[in-house]
Design a protein around this ligand. Structure first.
Ligand code: ATR
Length: 272
């Protein structure tokens, strides 16, 4: 029930119309008895939007494309990991002080740790954009050896240097070289569902294969990995875990992860 004491949370980005964050967070608030509501705001003027946070006492925000980097200059404080990544996907308002975090990174790590171990593993990340950067910084501390596989050499080498990782052109990927393979590119996403970022021959049955794409849930990459006998992790897990961290930063309560996952899976079935 919304009343005069309801706290306001939200998402800023452009576009936001298809985001699953509102349904996920509102269900999480309901399941934990938080008197809070989460709305999606399509924002073009980022500076004006951030000024209004304190004016309206908005308690926390998710930040999505295209604002994840530009938002840094408007915050009072940025945590160490988000500073290293150079991107913020979460803002918490602590008594008027705005702090930026990056929960994409922890979300990906949790999605992996939920199904496998990372210690000493050899991990390959496909892609060198913002998602690859966030996940790479999380893995750089936990995993044994990190490789960036990217179509374009320049951006791939730049990210690899920042992460002290190896770079390899995407089309030179060999099977059996990696324990864990993570797709961070949009390749395979609806409507281009016939596409896959890496040839099936480059997959082998000992690999864990994770795709951050969740529309469709079962991408061609994951189907082919499954055919090969790999353990597969779909994009819903990372999305839910990054949201769970946001929830915990905002409320101080343990996130109802199972409720959040169920809500997202249901929304994917009905909305898409
Ligand atoms: P995000 O910030 O969401 O991660 P991004 O910055 O646009 O998105 O990065 C997209 C990544 O997907 C890039 O690494 C891009 O490769 P290039 O550096 O070669 O552009 C990769 N990517 C996008 N489309 C691709 C395709 N068709 N094949 C291979 N890689 C692709």
């Amino acid at each position: 029930m919304i009343d005069a004491n309801t706290s306001l949370f939200g998402l800023i980005g452009n576009p936001v119309a298809h985001s699953l964050s509102p349904v996920m967070h509102n269900q999480a608030f309901a399941a934990t008895g938080c008197n809070a509501v989460y709305l999606a705001f399509c924002v073009t003027d980022l500076g004006a939007a951030l000024k209004s946070i304190n004016a309206l006492n908005v308690k926390g925000l998710s930040v999505t494309l295209p604002h994840k980097v530009a938002v840094l200059e408007y915050l009072d404080d940025i945590d160490d990991l988000a500073t290293k990544i150079g991107a913020v996907n979460t803002i918490a308002n602590h008594n008027g002080k705005l702090t930026g975090y990056n929960t994409d990174c922890q979300g990906a790590i949790n999605a992996l740790q939920n199904r496998t171990t990372l210690d000493g593993k050899s991990v390959a990340i496909i892609g060198a954009g913002g998602a690859a950067r966030a996940i790479g910084f999380g893995l750089a501390t936990d995993a044994g050896r990190l490789t960036i596989l990217n179509r374009t050499r320049q951006s791939g080498e730049r990210l690899a240097a920042d992460l002290q990782a190896e770079f390899l052109p995407l089309d030179e990927c060999q099977p059996k070289r990696y324990d864990i393979l993570i797709n961070t590119t949009p390749v395979g996403m609806y409507p281009n569902t016939a596409a896959t970022p890496i040839a099936k021959q480059a997959l082998s049955n000992e690999m864990v294969v994770m795709d951050i794409v969740y529309h469709p849930l079962n991408t061609r990459l994951l189907k082919e990995a499954d055919d090969k006998g790999c353990l597969t992790i779909n994009g819903v897990d990372m999305f839910v875990f990054q949201g769970a961290h946001q929830f915990e930063l905002w409320t101080g309560k343990k996130a109802p992860v199972a409720v959040m996952r169920q809500t997202v899976l249901q929304a994917l079935q009905t909305n898409f």
